[in-house]
Write a protein that binds this ligand. Sequence first.
Ligand code: SAH
Ligand code: SF4
Ligand code: F3S
Length: 464
Amino acid sequence: MSIKACDVKESEIANQVIKYLKMYCKKGAIAYVHSFGCQLNVSDGEKIKGILSSLGFKFTDDYKESDLILLNTCAVRESAEDTVYGTLGNMKKYKKENPDVIIALCGCMASEPKTIEKIKNHYPFVDILFGTSALSQLPKLLLEHYEGNKLAYDTKEYNEEFGADYQIRESNFKASVPIMFGCNNFCTYCIVPYVRGRERSRSADVIVHEVEELVAKGYKEIMLLGQNVNSYGNDLKDGMTFAQLLRRLNDIDGDFWIRFMSSHPKDAGTDLLDAIIECDKVGKHLHLPVQCGSNSVLKRMNRHYTAEKYLETVNYLRERSEGFALSSDIMVGFPNETEEEFCDTLKLVEEVKFDNIFTFIYSKRSGTVAAEMEDVTTDSEKRHRMERLLKLQREVATENYKRFIGKTVRVLVEGESKQGEGWLFGKSSAYTIVEFKGYKSLIGTFVNVKITDARNWAVSGELV
Ligand code: SAH
Ligand code: SF4
Ligand code: F3S
């Protein structure tokens, strides 16, 4: 039987689990939930906390204080997996001393078939394992565990709509809302399509309702999430597109900003770009991962666009929206990347003038197509290219951020800044980090800041 998220409180299974928890939780039902990886995983972690909370759990940041340890894992790089196995290794002693503690593994690694075998063979103290589409099965798995199943697991794909009813959000002014799950793109280096399955879009009515509720509760920033948000709707029968969804969300009354990530350059059509420019609540920033500037490498990566097409998109935005901000993911050292191909990436970075880039050295991910490619480029060459890319980006960003000096920008205040006593930071519509002096009570509100100074990763100024 599958439990819908909305049924957790009333379900027979939940009642039985709660009885067991009372018997076995020595610390009074305390859970440690740790999410690795991207924002989608963090959002899943918040939903898992919601389910656990409805079973009576409270939460801690110290696993040594807990009755249940849940690692919500990322599989994007093998080093991410090594981190999880290292963490599990560290927890072995705690489990030995506290045999009633439950250790659970979920997230993207848990959706890989080889993980179950590895856990059974090398980490037999793990009690529960479930995949990214089986969050709602957690109460059932807890029950199976208490009824004697050595490793209770479920990695099936459940098609039920798993909404936000139970989500325990970290912030009371910033909320993420997944609009779709999975990915159909199969970039040759990437494991995500294998662990998150094919694209599934949530219904626009459900998303709009969820955002209306969040805005009514006072949330000021709504981050729409998906591996490729701009292919949103391709699988829906009603013809809804991401551009139309943005316009519907923009029509919701209230003072709030809409952001989204990630977008794929191959699906960034003018209908979407126009919506971003015209919708006043949509941030004037696009995170558009280009990966690299070489057409031959883009082809080997199976990305389905060229550097020229990417630049066309960038120019379209910049011609229509002054100072429009772009950020990107860039990968260095894809198998057999030549010096010339790498220089195409440097050229593109110079031309686009990204405000911010997230950089990665290609890392071989077993299970992907690229993992089978011979690679003659040495690791030290790859590291050297990365240093050259970072140096260039620092120069570009230093120039870029000067465009804000003298301007007054609206900022959503996020917290205290490391800059020093009395300093706060927030983000502008262009997703620029803005630092300024102000009272802590401003956190979670919009303010105006006049920019007086710029660095290569942030700007600072004075409250207006
Ligand atoms: N869906 C998003 C990206 C998800 S993964 C998109 O298409 O943009 C986030 C980033 O991790 C990717 O953009 C890529 O730059 C990086 N990445 C993925 N697999 C990688 C690998 N095997 N080695 C190095 N970086 C990788
Ligand atoms: Fe991975 Fe490509 Fe899908 Fe992004 S679009 S998740 S990089 S396969
Ligand atoms: Fe990692 Fe899974 Fe996100 S592999 S990057 S947590 S979708």
